[in-house]
Design a protein around this ligand. Structure first.
Ligand SMILES: *[C@@H]1O[C@H](CO)[C@@H](O)[C@H](O)[C@H]1NC(C)=O
Length: 235
């Protein structure tokens, strides 16, 4: 009887954790094969602290209003040159893409992969049927793109006024609505990819893998974009 209870309970526990289908996520490193830790850098007592902020303007190469164009910009060479000029030896570089429709990611810089990214992202979050993008998908609609219902609250109306739009004037309100891009899918993809990265610096070198690059992804181009770069560490 007792054995039966134990068995029943373990089956229940198994089922609760997805065990009924035999799905058990395996750890890549078994407990008898621990990762090897090597300490390669430390701040010297005589080092000089550094904390510097830089802003990068990335001009657009295309004309016209934002039309949900996807493009990728490799920031690695610029970040490396800022790091070299700063003289920072050990620490970290924080990079932030300062927009709600751009993203930062660390991955391979390769033009055919960039095409795959665009195709994959647009399948994941297709543009609204009301978007001017070539890839607008019939039947796809997002709340954010119901521009005629925005601003949606007194607080949001106030934010429009603070940004210089006199939306109490019907003509100005229409002007504001006309310039709002149909870009909810760009926002959603930006949330999925994330907007910042932190990269360690050891002995004056960015610690990234051989095939890794720091990429800014514009999800609603063309626009001029701004990236913030902060170095924190020791010279
Ligand atoms: C950076 O780390 C290296 C390796 O540990 C160390 O020799 C060097 O003194 C450090 N430099 C600074 C400026 O902290």
């Amino acid at each position: 009887m007792k054995i039966f209870h134990t068995l029943a309970r373990s089956l229940l526990v198994g089922a609760a954790f997805g065990g009924s289908k035999g799905i058990v996520a395996a750890f890549a490193t078994p407990s008898n094969n621990q990762p090897k830790i090597t300490k390669t850098s430390h701040a010297d007592v005589t080092s000089t602290p550094i904390c510097s902020y830089f802003e990068l303007q990335i001009p657009t190469t295309m004309e016209g209003p934002p039309s949900q164009r996807i493009s990728v910009e490799d920031l690695t060479p610029t970040i490396k040159s800022i790091l070299m000029d700063s003289g920072m030896k050990n620490g970290s570089v924080n990079v932030i893409s300062r927009h709600t429709t751009t993203a930062l990611t660390i991955n391979e810089r390769e033009s055919r992969l960039a095409q795959d990214m665009e195709k994959y992202f647009l399948e994941l979050a297709p543009p609204d049927e009301r978007s001017s993008a070539d890839t607008a998908q019939e039947g796809t609609r997002y709340f954010h793109n119901d521009i005629d219902k925005r601003p949606d609250s007194a607080e949001e109306a106030q934010r429009c006024r603070e940004n210089g739009w006199d939306i109490d004037d019907p003509d100005e309100l229409q002007k504001w609505r006309d310039q709002e891009p149909i870009n909810a899918h760009s926002h959603l993809l930006s949330m999925l990819l994330g907007s910042s990265e932190t990269i360690p610096v050891v002995d004056g070198t960015l610690v990234i893998g051989q095939w890794q690059s720091i990429l800014m992804v514009d999800l609603d181009g063309p626009r001029t974009r701004t990236v913030g770069i902060q170095l924190i560490g020791y010279k």
